[in-house]
Write a protein that binds this ligand. Structure first.
Ligand SMILES: NC(=O)c1ccc[n+]([C@@H]2O[C@H](COP(=O)([O-])OP(=O)(O)OC[C@H]3O[C@@H](n4cnc5c(N)ncnc54)[C@H](O)[C@@H]3O)[C@@H](O)[C@H]2O)c1
Length: 441
């Protein structure tokens, strides 16, 4: 046992000077709740509950050193005061209207910040109903060519940057979940994708046009929905060429958050799992979109991947080799954004005896998602200033279907391993040793 941990060289990280613009394609429940929460934090002093970047501490060095700063005091993050917001939406005219329609926040919480919210006016969207059958878009760019749509988004980005005097920008997709799709030839290379934009290839979805525009404008892009956007070879190539970070996909909230809390616990105790039946009722616009089978299929595949990676059935066939995993989402209008998620979990223990766990989570989806948008915006900006590009696997913590940095390796789904990875990455970038929790320290 040594007394001193090895000295590491810190990364060169550019300071977060000036304003950081946060652009969200989709000005709906999640993005309006995120923006309102940041405005409330800086004007009314509301604590940003659920935000790791703002509220969590990080232990440094050995336990007896008693160094435990706030993450935001340890790493050079943009301050909440320096954030400016923009977005695109085919329906919502501005963030106030989006928040009022979503009905997540009470009018009394919107009152003091309503004029600021109203001033965040949605730009016309690149939208195609073929990908979101349940929505009728009216505030849409009237450009037939996908290449022109991409160019128009790049113009929007640059105009926003100039008008708001932003030093840097990040983009977080908060738009509706698009219809299910498998990658195809047009997604293989940047050249094929750009030709596809010119040819109006049917396989290119709106979210991919935003992702392309973002990377071309050197703006880091994170995908909060489960549809294909930056998890495509052409986008990985583009991120490398442009030296821009990306991350995805599908914010880890609600039922999947519970699953990634509970499943690692069952596995840690070597308890078996026979089946996990998850069902949800929700009545917001997201629920309405997901009521269409082609859009639900996109969500389902992102939700189903979680258990296999955590429980490793190939390593523990007698415990997890034959799990029945079912996920359902039902649109039920009266429930609004206050989703109800039920889980029936059938487990077994010593000598194979069966037990059951029931979860009834009365959750508020956007309340759980909003701090994730904030953290992703701040951490993606940090990554860019630290010279990172490509997949930011250390941000897997925030995603249901995290993108792996290496093609051959599955990213971690266990929330606690993801948390360790996130914190150790920050420690390493700042020249601090990773914390291993061994007897030595
Ligand atoms: N709320 C959560 O906890 C959570 C968790 C994981 C993922 N998500 C995903 O995040 C996304 C946003 O969720 P939400 O609850 O805010 O949904 P929402 O329906 O309230 O907002 C989505 C907005 O995107 C807009 N939109 C659709 N297509 C667009 C396009 N091409 N360009 C720009 N805007 C477009 C819609 O008009 C809508 O206003 C959804 O895809 C959802 O599945 C949400």
């Amino acid at each position: 046992m040594t007394d001193l941990l090895p000295e590491l060289t810190p990364r060169e990280i550019a300071p977060p000077k000036g304003k950081l613009g946060v652009l969200t394609p989709g000005l709906g429940a999640v993005s309006s709740t995120f923006i309102a929460g940041v405005l409330a934090a800086r004007t009314l002093g509301e604590p940003p509950i659920g935000s790791i970047s703002q509220m969590a501490h990080i232990r440094l060095g050995r336990r007896e050193e008693d160094r435990n700063p706030l993450i935001r005091e340890f790493v050079p993050l943009a301050s909440l005061d320096d954030l400016v917001f923009g977005g695109w939406d085919p329906i919502s005219p501005n963030a106030l209207e989006a928040a009022t329609t979503a009905g997540v926040l009470d009018n009394r919480d919107l009152g003091a910040i309503s004029s600021e919210l109203e001033g965040i006016v949605a730009m016309d969207a690149v939208f195609d109903q073929q990908w979101v059958s349940r929505l009728e878009g009216t505030r849409v760019k009237q450009l037939a060519s996908k290449a022109d749509q991409a160019a128009a988004l790049i113009d929007d980005i640059e105009r926003f940057r100039t008008e708001n005097e932003c030093d840097r920008l990040v983009m977080v997709w908060c738009g509706s979940t698009e219809a299910y799709q498998e990658p195809s030839a047009v997604h293989e290379t940047v050249a094929a994708f750009e030709q596809g934009l010119i040819d109006n290839d049917d396989n290119i979805s709106p979210s991919q046009i935003y992702a392309y525009a973002s990377l071309m404008a050197d703006v880091p892009f994170a995908n909060g929905a489960p549809n294909l956007s930056v998890d495509l070879p052409c986008m990985l190539e583009l991120a490398k060429v442009r030296n821009v970070p990306l991350a995805g996909k599908d914010f880890k909230t609600g039922q999947t958050l519970m699953k990634t809390l509970l499943a690692p616990g069952l596995k840690a105790r070597m308890l078996g799992l026979e089946g996990w039946y998850s069902t949800n009722i929700l009545g917001n616009r997201d629920g309405e979109v997901l009521d269409a089978p082609e859009n639900f299929k996109t969500k389902e595949s992102s939700k189903l991947g979680v258990l296999g990676t955590i429980l490793q059935p190939e390593v523990y066939p007698e415990l997890y080799g034959d799990i029945e995993h079912v996920v359902r989402i039902n649109y039920y209008k009266p429930r609004g954004d206050n989703k109800e998620g039920w889980d029936a979990v059938d487990i077994f223990g010593w000598m194979g005896y069966q037990m059951q766990i029931k979860i009834d989570f009365l959750c508020r989806d956007s309340i759980l998602a909003a701090p994730i948008v904030l953290d992703l915006a701040l951490f993606m900006d940090l990554a860019a200033r630290a010279g990172e590009h490509g997949v930011q696997e250390w941000l897997s913590f925030y995603f249901k279907a995290p993108q792996g940095a290496a093609d051959s390796l599955d990213p971690e789904h266990d929330l606690f391993i993801q948390q360790t990875k996130l914190k150790n990455t920050l420690r390493e970038w700042m020249g601090e040793s990773p914390v291993t929790h061994s007897e030595a320290g």
